[in-house]
Design a binder for this molecule. Structure first.
Ligand code: F55
Length: 798
């Protein structure tokens, strides 16, 4: 981008004055940020128009990534980086007496997602643009994002996240691209003169879907794709139908707030309204685009790929069928061929409680025509498969059963590709969770191991490491992440290893400053920083981490001189507001933090830091400061994990069970550069099958563990009478669903080995280096190129 520092300074000042009618020096950080963002948006608008024009002209196939959640993080720096103007802007601001980082922090981090699934969608958007693929995001513009988390007396409190309170400089409202989404109504049929059946859908409640578009800028390639988020409004000129306040509120409610559940679905009417709303709006706008191309309908799958991120957008399948059948008057067989060839589906979980199922009556009332189409898809599926696979297997794959509509079944039957998100996860889907479907459609199943974008997670989050890498191995890794492997050649280079240690130390200081300022806890940057950051869920086993902390606590109480590494245990986690047990664990961790952090006998050998309101921005601060990455879910439960990849890329050493993508991380980094412990996935399966696990017995027979668990109920930890008892019971009396007690010894042993390794600085630095050097394959650029090549059949533009 042709742009120089002097020019930038002039433009920035001008923009600021235009917007706020005074000089930038008197503006707030927020105002300075808005002026800068507005200016930057202007700088890429030509490329944005050009990209769209090119796509239209070449009629290239495009992918539309449908996701109920996106977690982009703050966009200013990532836009500057990808546009190649970071240094220029930084210097220009500096000459104006401003600090880019300070200005950037004024941006609100849009929390339009829950966790891994939403963040993956945003890494993918960055990679789609950066690898030069024609692709767009399709989602919901929630008025309120994921709740803001506060701790009061150690308990999680949820506050509304009004992320749009200031102007959102990146979005562009496109009223002329709005579409109508119809709910309810009556369906009837008439026969035409020509014998054709005509569908009439009347008395519907019509909602206007207005798109807000945000540029997704490719890395140094001039490509700018689109993320389209839909907002629900009252249709213009239809105010008569929405005359009461209640009716108007009902419309707004559809895109008012993100459901805060991760790995657990809410079978509520409003949720399914959201799902249909953005699926329908997205499909309608795609069909409108396709019609502009003036091609035969049979070519639809040659121009369009629709990818559904988990089952949340599955109604895109019957919606596309509806449009092709009712509006475009294709035959069922034509419409079905097109739909299957167009849609592909990613599964993100095997947890039964996360599988979406809607009551039949809910769908028939809310979406009568869609319901009929789902019934017909189901009827034809059963008719066709029954003679081939017999009654039992076929019925197990039915979309409708026991008064419920199973969305995963619809997604699999109505698509041409089903993928899991790590090798192990895909294997479990094929062998177990979705085995019946695998028998029917083996060719649909494939694996796409998740990835992350090192642009955000290394270049932006870890400038110190970026600089050190550039000096040591050049800049090739920035455009081709695999190239980071050349760092391996420096594994025994003492100078490089020392530099790496200095980088880590600087990042730890930065985080320590934050912790001191925001939480008034003093932590030592030389201590080992042990990090577990992810949603709070029983299967992720934050509690196992807690048991380890309590073990150390007791060791130090027994012997203040015990030979233990000084450690800071860092947690970041939100619990779903209705997930009572997870909230109890939060309270427990906060109570233990209070106890341990303030116990002079512990002498700062253990510190516990549970950051409030963990999200993308805090992740960018914590990840570069991590020494140990805790990835300790019960084997078989975590589909992939992605914080494991981010932490590895920043030189943290993984402490892991063989779950999700941890398996592939181990394969890449080698056994000597990772700490593995615990049950394997097939061993867990075996325990579930034969039912011989007895946690009570372990409790009784393991005195060390017994002593720790008793701390929960004997008053040793003040303020957790209820929580301590409930958690104790879940582990000891109710047979420990996630096998914490079984994995405890192995975990302690691995943690002990980590202590030993950390005390040998050269050894530890080498492990960190090997992790960084082995992280290239986990770039989402490669993941996305595999989706493009094997599922979407689209090629990078050059
Ligand atoms: C959100 C809403 C519902 Cl109804 C169900 C699940 C979710 C959700 O947020 N799931 C989620 O984040 N799953 C995670 O996806 C990641 C990306 O694939 C995986 O790495 C992670 O293992 C998985 O738990």
């Amino acid at each position: 981008m042709a742009f120089d520092v002097q020019e930038f300074k002039k433009e920035f000042q001008k923009k600021f004055e235009e917007l706020f009618a005074y000089g930038y020096e008197s503006g707030s950080k927020t105002e300075q940020y808005i002026a800068l963002g507005d200016l930057v948006r202007g700088l890429y608008s030509d490329d944005w128009i050009q990209t769209v024009t090119d796509y239209n002209k070449k009629k290239e196939k495009q992918v539309f990534y449908f996701s109920m959640e996106f977690l982009p993080g703050r966009m200013l720096k990532s836009n500057l980086l990808n546009m190649g103007i970071m240094d220029c802007v930084k210097q220009g601001l500096e000459e104006l007496g401003l600090d880019l980082d300070e200005v950037a922090r004024a941006e609100v981090d849009p929390a339009l997602g829950n966790g891994g699934l939403g963040r993956l969608a945003s890494c993918f958007m960055d990679s789609i643009a950066s690898t030069g693929l024609a692709g767009n995001g399709n989602g919901i513009r929630y008025r309120y994002g994921l709740f803001k988390q506060k701790f009061i007396n150690g308990y999680q409190i949820e506050l509304p996240e009004n992320w749009l309170r200031n102007r959102n400089v990146w979005e562009v409202r496109k009223e002329n691209k709005a579409v109508i989404v119809r709910f309810g109504g009556d369906v009837s049929f008439t026969q035409d003169g020509d014998g054709k059946l005509r569908v009439h859908h009347e008395n519907t409640r019509d909602i206007l879907a207005v798109p807000y578009d945000t540029a997704q800028i490719g890395y140094n390639n001039g490509i700018i794709n689109n993320l389209r988020l839909w907002s629900a409004e009252i249709p213009y000129g239809d105010e008569a139908h929405f005359s009461t306040e209640e009716q108007r509120e009902e419309v707004k409610r559809i895109t008012e707030v993100l459901y805060p559940d991760d790995s657990n679905y809410e079978g509520r009417l409003l949720r399914v309204q959201q799902e249909y709303f953005f699926s329908s709006a997205g499909v309608q706008s795609i069909v409108r685009y396709f019609k502009q191309l003036k091609l035969d309908w049979s070519l639809f799958p040659d121009k369009i790929a629709i990818h559904i991120n988990d089952t949340h957008p599955t109604l895109a399948i019957p919606e596309l069928m509806r449009i092709l059948l009712d509006e475009e008057e294709l035959t069922w067989d034509q419409a079905w061929e097109i739909t299957k060839k167009t849609v592909s589906y990613t599964n993100h979980t095997i947890l039964q409680e996360a599988m979406e199922r809607w009551p039949e009556t809910m769908i028939s009332d809310l979406l009568p025509r869609i319901y009929q189409i789902i019934q017909e898809i189901n009827r034809r599926h059963i008719d066709k498969k029954m003679p081939l696979y017999g009654e039992e297997l076929t019925q197990r794959t039915a979309i409708i059963a026991n008064g419920q509509i199973k969305m995963a079944n619809l997604a699999i039957i109505g698509s041409h590709s089903v993928n899991g998100v790590a090798k192990l996860h895909t294997d479990i889907l094929m062998a177990d969770t979705l085995h019946d479907f695998y028998v029917m459609y083996p060719q649909k199943f494939n694996n796409k191991t998740n990835g992350i974008t090192q642009r955000r997670w290394v270049q932006i989050a870890n400038e110190n490491l970026t600089e050190m890498l550039d000096e040591t191995i050049g800049t090739e890794w920035k455009s081709d992440p695999e190239e980071i492997k050349v760092l391996k050649a420096h594994r025994d280079n003492k100078i490089v290893l020392d530099k790496l240690e200095q980088v880590k130390l600087a990042n730890k200081k930065r985080f320590a400053d934050y912790v001191l300022k925001e939480m008034h806890i003093e932590i030592d940057p030389n201590a080992l920083f042990d990090v577990q950051i992810k949603r709070l869920h029983a299967y992720k086993r934050q509690l196992l981490n807690v048991l380890h902390i309590l073990d150390r606590y007791l060791q130090l109480k027994d012997d203040p001189k015990a030979n233990l590494q000084k450690r800071v245990f860092i947690f970041g986690a939100k619990a779903a507001p209705s997930y009572y047990y997870a909230k109890q664990i939060i309270k427990l961790i906060n109570a233990i933090a209070d106890l341990v952090n303030n116990d002079p006998a512990i002498n700062d050998k253990i510190k516990i830091v549970f950051v409030e309101n963990y999200g993308v921005s805090l992740a960018e601060l914590i990840i570069p400061a991590a020494d140990i990455s805790e990835q300790i879910s019960l084997a078989g439960k975590e589909a992939s994990g992605t914080s494991n990849m981010k932490l590895m890329s920043n030189g943290a050493v993984t402490m892991a069970t063989l779950d999700g993508a941890n398996v592939e991380i181990r394969d890449n980094v080698g056994d000597e550069n990772i700490f593995i412990f615990g049950l394997k996935s097939d061993e867990v399966q075996e325990y579930y099958r034969n039912g011989v696990y007895n946690s009570r017995e372990i409790y009784e027979k393991n005195p060390r563990l017994k002593r720790i668990l008793n701390l929960l109920i004997d008053g040793s930890i003040p303020g957790v009478e209820t929580e301590g008892r409930d958690i104790f019971d879940s582990l000891v009396m109710y047979n420990d669903e996630y096998f914490l007690l079984k994995d405890f010894d192995g975990y302690l042993q691995a943690q002990y080995e980590a202590d030993v390794a950390f005390s040998d600085r050269d050894r530890w630095n080498r492990m960190a280096l090997m992790n960084i050097a082995s992280s290239g394959p986990f770039s989402s650029d490669y993941t996305i190129l595999r989706y493009a090549d094997e599922i979407w059949k689209i090629k990078p533009q050059s």
